[in-house]
Write a protein that binds this ligand. Sequence first.
Ligand SMILES: [Mg+2]
Ligand SMILES: [Zn+2]
Length: 192
Amino acid sequence: MRRVVFLDRDGTINKDVGYIHQPAKVRLLPGAAQAIVSIREAGLAVVVVSNQSGIARGRFGLEDLLAVQAEVERQLQEAGAWLDGFYYCPHHPEGVVEPFAAVCGCRKPATGLLERAARELGLSLEGSFMVGDKRSDVACGYYAGLTSLLVTSGMPLEPAASPAEEPAHILPDLAAAAKWILGRWAGLEPLR
Ligand SMILES: [Mg+2]
Ligand SMILES: [Zn+2]
């Protein structure tokens, strides 16, 4: 079983422009692609887990989400960076579009996306990592038993509302987070 670094997408890999739904607006954050390359070269999987409540809220459709994701992956691949998986939550309890207007087990900080990815891709949650720009990403990793890192990506830091929202470390961007993980990873025992 491989360990994994789960990554939030918007605000962690690409610039968060708010309910992004146009491929033309996709801008990778500096160093993000190289960070993904270095994590995968170290033998960890990279899986993106993304809350996309814009679908439940009627801001955009599933095809828009997939078009944006395709563009994110196209830009990453141009820099040699490949993902092992992409999982998203289209739900929101206050949504207006059926059947997505619902309480679900996959909207971060719930751990459904991580568990599904681990099951489908044969990944170990134990000894794995979560990196995101929101406190909900940090808490998601905490609830799944991972080591969580918070990246600020140039935005003001939201205060933690609970111990679950306290990351192992706060870093400026994904490049710095990858470096931190790889330093930590070198000291981990291999999985049996
Ligand atoms: Mg984000
Ligand atoms: Zn969901």
